[in-house]
Design a protein around this ligand. Sequence first.
Ligand SMILES: Nc1ncnc2c1ncn2[C@@H]1O[C@H](COP(=O)(O)OP(=O)(O)O)[C@@H](O)[C@H]1O
Ligand code: SF4
Ligand SMILES: [Mg+2]
Length: 311
Amino acid sequence: MALLDITDLKTCFPSPDGLVKAVDTVDLHIDKGERLGLIGETGCGKTVLGLSIVRLLQATTRIDGRILYNNIDILKASDGKMRQLRGREIAMILQNPTTSLNPVLKIGDQIAEAISLHQGYMRKEAWSKAVEMLEAVKIPDSAERAHQYPHELSGGMRERVMIAMGLACNPNFIIADEPTKGLDARTKAQIIDLIHETTSKKALLIITHDLGVAGTICDRIAVMYAGELLEEASSDLILNDPLHPYTRGFINSLPSRGLVPIPGTSPSLIDPPQGCRFHNRCPQAAKICSKKHPTLMEIEKGHKVRCLLYN
Ligand SMILES: Nc1ncnc2c1ncn2[C@@H]1O[C@H](COP(=O)(O)OP(=O)(O)O)[C@@H](O)[C@H]1O
Ligand code: SF4
Ligand SMILES: [Mg+2]
């Protein structure tokens, strides 16, 4: 049975120019202990999808559909229930540690605060647990480092602090939003190893624009474009035998595969193109592609594709 089961999710933001449809009719599931990668270009709706799961969006946001976590209906749960779930059950490691960490609080205090909030530890116990967590994410001299402020740490160390905060309450499901963004290759590899080690046996949703990261960590990958899912399959199939022209283009744009960029830019989420949303950038587009909107179809067990070549 799925730990997380998302059906027909639509997340929209009212704006002066119209409704921004950041997540548009998404179905997705994650099993217990499974690692799913959510990939796609900047602005396609990945972070908003993650924030919808933990309901951390401003009050004016419109969310429709159903998100079941362990049979709890997230979109209908009370605010109290959501506070309980966040941290204890589901942790979201937010994108960009520089802005997500409080610049005027010692990192030990920030982790301790999360621990006492969710687990009711007294201050001193929470501080010791925070130091343990810093050690668990391999921050050297953790007892001394706990007294430092975010600006005293490197980008890689700050990401480790974010991971420590996310794991502090021993959640069963972790959403990590761009955990390797902006890191050099060596630090990126270390963070990937760390995520592997510290989240084994937990369910994981890794949000990334880096297919290499998703391929290394995840069992399955879902590809998002302009608010929709376009392809979903095992990491192996996505990397070695992708079917959707966008996924193929995305792979060809990897440095290891020739760095050939997909021409054009992502469409508007206020007024997305009719037909296939990728049609004006697709090398295989036919006339019908600008008229008919393809559905996400299961081509073979576990491999779903949204493209008229397969509909
Ligand atoms: N609070 C918000 N209000 C209005 N639009 C938003 C808000 N948050 C995100 N968006 C828009 O939703 C779209 C998806 O954003 P996001 O999920 O952050 O993309 P990604 O994480 O894939 O880079 C973008 O067009 C972004 O501008
Ligand atoms: S539906 Fe048409 S335009 Fe869209 S990805 Fe498939 S072939 Fe390309
Ligand atoms: Mg994002």
